[in-house]
Write a protein that binds this ligand. Sequence first.
Ligand code: ADP
Length: 448
Amino acid sequence: MFQKILIANRGEIAVRILRACKMLGIKTVAVHSVIDESLMHVRFADESVCIGPNRAADSYLNVASILSAAELTGCDALHPGVGFLSENAKFAKMVNGHGIKFIGPDPLHLSEMGDKILAKKKMMEYGVPVVKGSDGDVQSVDAAKRIAEEIGYPVLFKAASGGGGKGMKVAESISEIEDAFRLAKSEARVNFGDDTIYMERYLKNPRHIEIQIIADSFGNVVHLGERDCSIQRNHQKLIEESPCTALSPDQRQKIGEIAVRAVEKIGYVGVGTLEFLFEDGEFFFMEMNTRLQVEHGVSEELTGIDIVSEQIRIAAGERLSFGQSDIRFSGHVMEFRINAEDSETFLPSPGRIEELFFPGGNGIRVDSHIYSEYVIPPFYDSLIAKLMVRADSRQECLSKARCALDELVIDGISTTAELYKKLLRNTDMIRGDVSIHWLEDDWKNYDT
Ligand code: ADP
């Protein structure tokens, strides 16, 4: 097992990883920007290193600084968390090259799955159903028009190196192709430094369903069931739940098996997630996230398996201690992402937290790094807490979530909790009758 792990991240996910390290008896090194000096992950770690000024590009994305910190503190492994450098194959290679184990998959798999066009091709080869789309990158407006005719409108332009919902543009008809093509290309260039784009049929009423997998280096692969992440805004997930109300036991088993088989064929090692759209009983692969995900806690609560500890153990070369048939799925879990954002406009709401109280009780889990008087800086992601609720049934889970959200106090800033209180009174939401477009198209009708 590792002796000392550097956690190359901040906020709630850094705290989450620290907890797993402590449980495994591993020493920890936190890194931080200047403004994050008194953040909880810094206080909880055994050692800490300031890696640069506040802008993420100067600190949490500063490869030289992070590598020096790991070397100087004598770490034998590095956990990248989520976002930042977690899917950066070059970084992973450099970390491994310094004799420090990158806690994540082989850099080859990071680059293969990071190229969404290649990822789709590979998955097709391995028998995974994918969304109809262009056969590779789309280089001109004329080509885009031809492909749109073939796959049918509406179509979606996506960035091959994309992430976080950026660089995606819909064209409803031929007259919108040119604008959508150019916008997607320039957004892709600005955000990812790569203007390669591809096209997919734009599904009108799908759910986002993803499968969590864990694979060790001995060829053992298991899945921890699905998460329904359909409640989104701007392609950003807000609420996740498991099990998904729309899946039959047969569909669940089938997609789990498809995901496991694909991961076996890739030879992937570590934790990962296969993301699908699900419409009219059919699954369509979108992408694979080759890292821990923000919403991993949903599956942890459902199965009792500590995904982060398993991830660390696997990176250290240990064997999975359970097989698929040992995994028990019990009850219902929902996660609410509490973002420091206005609940109507979703504009960031940085500032000082005047008063703070987290809900508790049976089946309530809050993963967070904030505290009273903490000033949320404007430099980073707006996620400040994740509220997870577990109950025997979905109905009970919804009631518990309403109580928990009523108990939650985060004074001084606006948060998305206000939106969730309203959503939980909506009949579609109560029935679980939602799609990825539901929140943007219908949420104002929450009182119906
Ligand atoms: P990212 O890496 O940016 O998260 P994804 O490929 O995972 O990109 O897509 C993000 C979100 O965009 C999905 O959760 C879904 O809401 C939407 N989306 C992606 N592809 C399609 C599609 N073909 N049709 C409709 N919506 C889509």
